[in-house]
Design a protein around this ligand. Structure first.
Ligand code: APR
Length: 184
């Protein structure tokens, strides 16, 4: 079965998925935004485990249990603080790829991402959406049976629209490329 990429508008802690991704900081300390929602819904044990792990560099991710959330795991992805550098693009893409690799290792069939780095870390949503969606598309091409569902849980309507539109643009590009190849 080809994996589906889905978009929902709402609170990521309410999404039914094997793994929920946290928008973490490199100290793995609890914060506001997605972090705060995960702490509230999943409990302190998730962040006690983070404290034992100790930290995670930007562009990477670590796995913990999911406390009282319905998920099996929380993957703590550390996105970049936005500075408009090429490195930001690389780190935003790689933290998504790392989470998908963790899903594979942990046997998760579904994974839910928030809009990593677009809150406190200031990444413009239009740019972040293209990078996040593009990295998921790329990973799924390389791992066709890797997971069944990738869900983007976006809090507000503009972010939801941006991510969905990045996905639709990507699908159109793939179709155009297929037609070009068939014609040539
Ligand atoms: N569900 C889904 N999305 C949410 C939720 C939620 N419950 N709460 C906030 N968001 C959205 C924000 O609106 C934003 O679009 O998630 C996106 C990411 O926002 P942040 O959580 O601020 O994440 P980020 O920009 O990566 O900053 C990480 O913030 O909370 C601290 O400890 C965290 O230092 C770290 C930093």
């Amino acid at each position: 079965m080809a994996a589906s990429i889905e978009f929902i508008q709402g609170d990521i802690t309410q999404v039914a998925a094997d793994a929920i991704v946290n928008a973490a900081n490199s100290e793995l300390e609890a914060g506001s935004g997605v972090c705060g929602a995960i702490l509230k819904a999943g409990g302190a044990s998730i962040f006690e485990e983070c404290r034992r792990i100790g930290g995670c560099p930007p562009g990477s991710a670590v796995a913990t249990g999911a406390g009282t959330l319905k998920a099996k795991f929380v993957f703590h992805a550390v996105g970049p603080v936005y500075h408009g550098r090429e490195k930001d693009v690389e780190q935003l893409a790689s933290c998504h790829l790392k989470c998908l690799d963790l899903a594979l290792v942990k046997g998760c069939r579904s994974i839910a991402f928030p809009a990593i780095s677009t809150g406190v870390y200031g990444y413009p949503v239009a740019e972040a959406s293209v990078i996040a969606v593009g990295s998921v598309h790329g990973w799924l091409l390389n791992h066709p049976d890797g997971v069944d569902r990738v869900i983007f849980a976006l809090f507000d309507a503009p972010t939801f629209n941006a991510y969905r539109s990045a996905h639709e643009t990507r699908l159109k590009m793939v179709e155009q490329e297929k037609k070009r190849r068939a014609g040539g």
